[in-house]
Design a protein around this ligand. Structure first.
Ligand code: C5P
Length: 229
């Protein structure tokens, strides 16, 4: 079975507040998305990577990774799930039983160790898997926006990271089903869950952060400089 990758990178990055979408900000001299893609490209098994971009994206084509022969560009959609669906459709050589890694452009601190662990554990699971990290804070459920209803048992709570690994056909069908039913999909695992499936949680590094706010770039710089990444 083959292994392919999808990188959703068609977001506006509105929470970040910069002119440039966050995936194009520089991190140790390289764009955020280049770090994210290079991590995937370090995995030689991957046959092709579809990168979903905004329709008018003027920047990606100029990056060094855009010339990699296994990287292909497609135009994404209004929602992340739609970008992933369009990217999957562009991988026309992929077979239903092949595996797909979906990795956010905005997660530049992905280690080879975490990719390999996800592949090993996820491909041994009937549904597939996602990298995840245990929640460290005490978690509260709110009654409304202002008051606490209750404390939620954090022993059973995880933060969903990327990459996430699923079979090509199953993921394509799950995303289509959720779109048609109007079900919320913020990661690939949630699409599988809506189909009654239970993906495996693979504990990944807490360093695999999503660049959301300007401070996150400073933290990512420190993580990327660390020897064990
Ligand atoms: O907005 P958020 O941080 O959840 O975005 C996660 C990833 O999904 C980012 O890499 C972003 O570029 C991508 N995305 C996309 N298409 C959209 C919205 C987000 O590819 N319409």
């Amino acid at each position: 079975t083959g292994l392919w990758a999808v990188v959703p990178a068609a977001g506006q990055g509105t929470r970040f507040g910069a002119e440039l979408p966050k995936q194009y900000l520089k991190l140790n001299g390289k764009a955020v998305i280049e770090h994210s893609l290079d991590a995937l490209l370090g995995c030689c098994e991957i046959r092709g990577v579809a990168v979903a971009l905004k329709a008018d994206d003027p920047i990606f084509a100029e990056l060094a990774c855009a010339t990699n022969p296994i990287v292909r560009r497609i135009t994404g959609g209004a929602e992340r799930a739609e970008s992933v669906e369009l990217a999957l459709a562009s991988l026309s050589e992929a077979q239903d039983g092949d595996w797909i890694l979906v990795h956010d452009a905005a997660r530049p601190c992905l280690s080879q160790r975490d990719i390999q662990m996800l592949l090993a554990k996820g491909r041994a699971h009937p549904v597939g898997a996602l990298l995840a990290a245990p929640v460290v804070d005490t978690m509260k459920r709110a009654t409304d926006q202002t008051e606490v209803a209750e404390t939620v048992d954090r022993q059973v709570l995880w933060r969903a990271l990327t990459p996430q690994l699923f079979r090509y056909g199953a993921l394509r069908d799950a995303l289509k089903y959720c779109r048609e039913q109007g079900l919320p999909v913020t990661d690939e695992a949630s699409a599988m869950e809506h189909c009654g499936l239970q993906p495996l949680l693979v504990q990944g590094s807490h360093r695999n952060i999503k660049i959301t706010y300007p401070d996150d770039l400073l933290i990512a710089e420190v993580f990327l400089a660390g020897a064990n990444n």
